[in-house]
Design a protein around this ligand. Structure first.
Ligand SMILES: [Zn+2]
Length: 347
C-alpha cells in the first residue's frame, strides 16, 4: 500500500492511500476555514459527556451546491476537499470537527466542562461519486481496511486520544447530506460509554466466543473459516448484524493479509445483502468496535451495523421506551431476521 501525505494550505495533512503511487500535482485548494473549538459538558443525569460544536453553522468553504465536495476537484471549476484529478482512498481532517484539541476552555457554572480534545477525520472510499462498498472491487475494500488499520496505528498513540472509532452513516434516513461514499473517524479524549461497557463485559467473559457455536448454526448470515457475520441473539434492531473474527482479536491491526481479505469480503457481502434485501441502497449506521489498546487480550473486535428498520422497510424510531428508558422493544426475533437476511448474503 502506498501513502502520500499532502500538506494543505491550512497546514493540516491530507492522506492519499492507494495500491498505486500517487504523484499528480495538486489543483486549487479550498479556502482556509477557521478551526472550531468544541467543548464538552457533563450530563449528570446520564453520567456522560455531551460535546458542543457551535461553529458548525459557518460552513462557507464548500463549492457550489451542484458540486460534490468529496469528488476529485481536477475536472470541476470549483475546488473540493481533494485537490487532485484522481485518487483511490483519501483521508483528511474534518473542517468542522466535534473533537479538536485546543486550549480555549469554555466554562458553564455549576456543571463540569472541558475542551472537546481529539480529532475527527473524513475517509473518502472512492473518487467515484456513485460507488458504494457494495459496488467496489474487493481490492478497494482491502485498501479501505488497510487505511483504517493505518489510521488506528497513527491516532491511538496520540496523547489527547483515548479511543478511535471509524464509522459510517449511510442514507438520508441516517442523517447523510453528502452522498459520495465516505465514512468518518472520531478520536475521543475518553473511552465512550458504550465501549467502556464492552471493555468491562469482555474482561468478565468473552461473550462472543461463548455464543459462537450458536452464531455459526443459527444466527449467521455469512461466514468463512476466519470471520462470521450474524444477527446477535440480543439484537436491538430488527436487522442488526455484527461482523466478528471467530477468534479473539483486539482490533484489525492484528489481521494478517488473508484475514484482511476475509474481513473485506465479509463487509461487502453484508452490505450487498442489505441492499438486496431492501431492493435499494439500505440505510445503516456502521461502526468498528476495537479495543482501546493495541495489546488488549480480552476485547473482541467486531463491526456493528444498525439499519433503522422495524420490520421489512418500515422505519424504526427510537421512541418512548428506547429514548426515555433505554429499553428496546422488538417486533422480530433475531433468529428469524437472520433467516431472512441469509437468503440475500450469498448472491
Ligand atoms: Zn462526489
Amino acid at each position: 500500500m502506498h501513502k502520500r501525505v499532502f500538506k494543505r494550505n491550512d497546514n493540516k495533512e491530507l492522506f492519499l492511500y492507494g495500491n498505486n503511487e500517487h504523484n499528480e500535482p495538486s489543483t486549487k485548494e479550498l479556502e482556509q476555514t477557521p478551526t472550531s473549538e468544541p467543548h464538552m459538558r457533563w450530563n449528570p443525569a446520564r453520567q456522560e459527556w455531551v460535546t458542543y460544536s457551535a461553529s458548525r453553522v459557518n460552513r462557507t468553504a464548500f463549492p457550489a451546491k451542484e458540486y460534490c465536495p468529496l469528488c476529485p476537484s481536477g475536472n470541476l471549476n470549483f475546488p473540493t476537499e481533494i485537490p487532485f484529478k484522481n485518487f483511490e482512498v483519501a483521508v483528511f481532517p474534518n473542517r468542522w470537527p466535534s473533537f479538536n484539541t485546543h486550549s480555549n476552555a469554555s466554562k458553564v457554572h455549576t456543571i463540569n466542562t472541558k475542551p472537546s480534545n481529539g480529532y475527527c477525520e473524513v475517509v473518502v472510499y472512492s473518487s467515484n461519486h456513485n460507488e458504494t462498498v457494495a459496488d467496489m472491487s474487493l481490492d478497494r475494500i482491502i485498501l479501505l481496511t488497510k487505511t483504517w488499520i493505518d489510521r488506528y496505528k497513527n491516532l491511538m498513540p496520540k496523547n489527547d486520544v483515548e479511543y478511535v472509532m471509524p464509522f459510517e452513516n449511510r442514507g438520508e434516513e441516517c442523517g447523510v447530506t453528502l452522498h459520495h461514499p465516505h465514512g468518518q473517524i472520531y478520536c475521543y479524549p475518553f473511552v465512550p460509554p458504550v465501549i467502556e461497557k464492552e471493555v468491562i463485559s469482555f474482561q468478565k467473559e468473552n461473550f462472543i466466543l461463548s455464543m459462537m457455536e450458536d452464531l455459526k448454526e443459527k444466527y449467521f448470515v455469512y461466514q468463512d473459516d476466519f470471520i462470521i457475520a450474524a444477527v446477535p441473539p440480543f439484537a436491538r434492531y430488527a436487522y442488526e448484524i455484527w461482523i466478528m473474527p471467530k477468534i479473539q482479536m483486539a482490533g484489525p491491526w492484528q489481521f494478517n493479509e488473508n484475514q484482511i481479505k476475509s474481513f473485506a469480503n465479509c463487509l461487502q457481502k453484508v452490505i450487498q445483502g442489505y441492499d438486496s434485501f431492501l431492493g435499494k441502497k439500505c440505510p445503516y449506521i456502521m461502526g468498528l468496535h476495537a479495543a482501546p489498546n493495541f495489546e488488549d487480550d480480552k476485547f473482541h473486535f467486531h463491526v456493528e451495523f444498525y439499519p433503522p428498520l422495524r420490520s421489512g422497510d418500515k422505519p424504526k424510531i427510537l421512541a418512548g421506551s428506547e429514548s426515555m428508558a433505554g429499553v428496546f422493544i422488538m417486533d422480530l426475533l433475531p433468529e428469524d431476521s437472520a433467516k431472512i437476511l441469509r437468503e440475500h448474503m450469498n448472491i
